[in-house]
Design a protein around this ligand. Structure first.
Ligand SMILES: [Zn+2]
Length: 394
């Protein structure tokens, strides 16, 4: 009796212990079923994506920082990428691996880098969410390809942005390799392998017209050389400083816009000295290029003046036509790699033409640069007493 009653007394304790053990086992089972399901979902999703892309070449299949599986394929030089969440097994987007409270900062940074790389007419479109972004992950950087963005004029080349992880390290929710030395893509890092032309403007400084052209150049990641008249310089000091501040150049267009051929050599020399001095007083720099008014030059002038003579091989005759459409069409039909293009920063029609021309030249693959940059891109050393109508590679 005693034994029996003591068993009954401790029975609830046994029930409790077994109950807990049972619940615990059930919980563990549930968890392992969950893990199993996630793993299966992950594997199924990977398999499905690989199967969907079996016509393409698989480039990458790797787990990134236990956060996601990154799959990358290529076909016809196009990149296709996929992100699968390693915790849930679900297919996700790259954006899911940006810290939730940092998504705005991330897109602000991307927009800033887009404007650094691309002209305004392209950046204005790429920073608006109306196309498809493909994210490619490389060792220490991220590349975004922009697809189906409608840009006018149409850009033939692929639009993409390379972002070093250093630039976005605070925003991303996974760890990555950081490169100690990196350089952002900058539209002003001109490329020797691409076409280039020098844009030149004569007869300024031309006040507001010059300033407007400088602004258009800046918006289009372009530079120009302005050949200015010596006796006009002191009335355009702020314009000249603005021209130089934005990476453009100034050359001499003589002191008083007289034909050099009709001047005595001594007068010519003293005029050039005057122009050089005025320019130096204003800018602290030296004039190294001269464009003779009307392009009028002969051997005697060439020998006498210590300067690099720059003429042109593409004359828009903008002073004569005063017609934006004529100028734009004429340039686009006749432009070649290495050309020096002549315009005047005096007319509204020229400003309007420049506004339309710069995007068109960019879309056609031309970099628009100043004379020194063109010489550098074409690997030419320009020399005093020589005349350059164009600057091309040997
Ligand atoms: Zn002139």
């Amino acid at each position: 009796m005693f034994m029996k009653s003591s068993w009954i007394k401790i029975l609830p304790i046994f029930i409790l212990i077994f109950g807990f053990l049972f619940l615990d086992a059930k919980k563990e089972m549930k968890e392992s079923v969950f893990v199993f399901n996630t793993k299966r979902k992950l594997e199924d999703n990977i398999e499905k994506i690989i199967n969907d892309n079996k016509e393409k070449k698989m480039e990458v299949n790797k787990k990134v920082d236990d956060k996601f599986i990154y799959l990358e394929f290529s076909s016809d030089n196009k990149v296709f990428s996929y992100f699968i969440n390693a915790t849930t097994g679900e297919e996700s987007n790259f954006e899911d691996f940006i810290k939730e409270n940092k998504r705005n900062d991330f897109s602000k940074k991307i927009n800033e880098l887009i404007y650094l790389k691309y002209p305004k007419f392209i950046a204005d479109i790429l920073t608006v969410n109306n196309g498809n972004k493909v994210y490619k992950i490389e060792n220490d950087k991220l590349i975004i390809y922009f697809e189906n963005y409608v840009i006018e004029p149409v850009i033939e080349e692929e639009l993409f942005l390379t972002i070093d992880f250093n630039e976005v390290k605070e925003y991303l929710d996974f760890s990555f390799v950081l490169n100690k030395e990196y350089q952002n893509e900058n539209g002003y890092n001109f490329n020797k392998n691409k076409k280039a032309v020098a844009l030149t403007f004569d007869d300024g400084p031309g006040g507001d017209k010059t300033n407007k052209i400088v602004e258009l150049l800046e918006q289009n990641k372009a530079h120009a050389t302005f050949f200015m008249v010596g006796n006009k310089m002191e009335s355009g000091i702020s314009v000249m400083k603005n021209v130089l501040d934005k990476g453009n150049e100034i050359g001499s267009h003589s002191y008083a816009h007289k034909s050099m051929k009709r001047q005595k050599i001594n007068d010519l020399l003293s005029d050039e000295e005057k122009t050089k001095e005025i320019y130096h007083n204003i800018t602290g720099k030296n004039l190294i290029y001269t464009r003779p008014p009307y392009g009028a030059i002969n051997d005697k002038i060439k020998e006498s003046l210590d300067t690099i003579f720059i003429t042109w091989d593409l004359d828009t005759e903008d002073w004569l036509h005063r017609d934006k459409n004529y100028i734009v069409d004429y340039v686009m039909e006749n432009v070649h790699d290495g050309d020096i293009i002549l315009m005047h920063d005096l007319y509204d029609s020229t400003v309007e033409a420049v506004e339309e021309l710069l995007p068109k030249l960019y879309a056609a693959g031309f970099q628009v640069v100043n004379i020194s940059e063109l010489a550098n891109l074409k690997e030419q050393v320009l020399e005093n007493h020589n005349i350059y109508r164009s600057i091309r590679k040997n």
